[in-house]
Design a protein around this ligand. Structure first.
Ligand code: ZN
Ligand code: ZN
Length: 393
């Protein structure tokens, strides 16, 4: 089976690249993936697979093997692009000015199309069902994954296992990375409006200085991270925007603050958010002002089910060789695949796409992000192999 998959992936590699280039040239923003949805649906129908529309711009489909209800494994690709002006001078440069596949979701989608073709060809040679999940809007709250789940993507049929992959510009092409357990963070957005009473900078006694209140809040909140958090669970609190629009000699009426809180545990996450709100409000009040706290909740933390992940890593070693399968570190970025991981045993792994010799080194979400396209043959072939390995259990 492994050799058949490798052969098919190799034979079809040109098609994977063509699909990726089409998607890369025609990127669409989160929740607007209408043409992408049409393109994916058309390719699936060509293969012989009938997709169903879901979540407005998403698709689900199944490939039934023998005994289709014996086991169901879902495979996920995200399809949205980012509001970035592409700076690469390549033949497949974005034709949609200001929109760019700078997070590799074109690669994930093209890979899953490749998996679809490989496994449809081999459908008489495995037991169970492969469920294909093409989701919109990974990049934008509330996250396409949450909409997909709400609309029943994990039902009829309900998968017992789920896999997702993501490009990794820090990992050389030809290598794959796994991590068991907590892997990526929850991410919540914090918005504070600290109000005081402005006035002349020379007469602070007549006002209530919201700049000083904000300063105390920012310093004090780090205490929640250092003193209330269980040190076994990583967590981050960062404020990246502070606007106090006074002047050298003007105390403003209010200060506006934005930040992000990240965590690797849902109980701690809820506790920390409550503490952040209480402490910010309390400090402002004790200093004579107020602090309005608005928290935009984001994605949960991403957990890779340990036993599934261990099996997938083992299967990847069989496919790629031991030297090409690496262990990943915890990463406090967020990813909406995390929603699935709280519903079904899941494994989210990294596909190496870096090639220093070709100058392909830019990070995701940058205008010069690109991949070594030989990663597509691996991305499609390996995911096919992981799925049938798990179905064979
Ligand atoms: Zn991204
Ligand atoms: Zn991404």
């Amino acid at each position: 089976m492994k050799d058949k998959i490798k052969q098919l992936a190799n034979d079809l590699a040109g098609e994977f690249v063509a699909n990726r280039r089409h998607l890369h040239q025609n990127p669409e923003l989160s929740y607007e993936e209408f043409k992408t949805q049409q393109y994916v649906a058309a390719r699936l129908k060509e293969i012989g697979i009938t997709p169903t529309e879901i979540a407005n711009t998403g698709l689900v489909a199944t490939i039934e093997g023998n005994n289709p209800s014996s086991k169901i494994v879902a495979l996920r690709a995200d399809m949205d692009a980012l509001p970035i002006v592409e700076a690469n001078d390549v033949p497949y440069k974005s034709l949609n000015q200001g929109v760019m596949h700078a997070c590799g979701h074109d690669v994930h989608t093209a890979s899953l199309l490749g998996v679809s073709k490989i496994l449809y060809n081999l459908r008489n040679e495995f037991d169970g069902t492969v469920k294909l999940v093409f989701q919109p809007a990974e990049e934008k709250a509330p996250g396409g994954a949450s909409v997909m789940i709400a609309e029943g993507a994990l039902l009829n049929p309900a998968p017992s296992k789920m896999l997702g992959q993501h490009v990794a510009p820090n990992i050389p092409v030809g290598k794959i990375g796994f991590r068991e357990g907590m892997y990526m963070a929850s991410a919540d957005e914090l918005y504070f409006t600290v109000k005081g009473k402005g006035g002349h900078g020379a007469m602070p006694e007549l006002g209530i200085d919201p700049v000083l209140i904000t300063s105390h809040i920012i310093v004090a909140l780090q205490q929640i991270i250092s003193r209330n958090r269980n040190p076994r669970y990583p967590s981050v609190l960062t404020f990246g925007k502070v606007i106090a629009n006074g002047a050298t000699n003007v105390i403003p009426n209010e200060v506006y603050v934005e930040g992000t809180f990240r965590a690797m545990d849902e109980v701690w996450r809820a506790d920390a958010l409550a503490r952040i709100k209480k402490m910010a409000e309390g400090i402002a009040e004790s200093m004579g002002g107020t602090c309005e706290v608005f928290i935009q909740k984001g994605y949960p933390f991403l957990k890779n089910e340990p036993e599934l992940t261990r099996r997938m890593k083992g299967a990847a070693v069989e496919y790629m060789g031991e030297e090409n399968v690496i262990d990943l570190d915890i990463w406090l970025a967020a990813e909406d695949f995390a929603y699935y991981t709280h519903h079904v045993d899941s494994c989210f792994y990294r596909l190496g796409t870096r090639n220093e010799e070709k100058g392909i080194i830019s990070g995701v979400h940058t205008p010069t992000f690109d991949i070594d396209e030989s990663a597509l043959e691996i991305g499609a072939g390996l995911m096919s192999w992981l799925a049938v390995s798990e179905l064979a259990l």
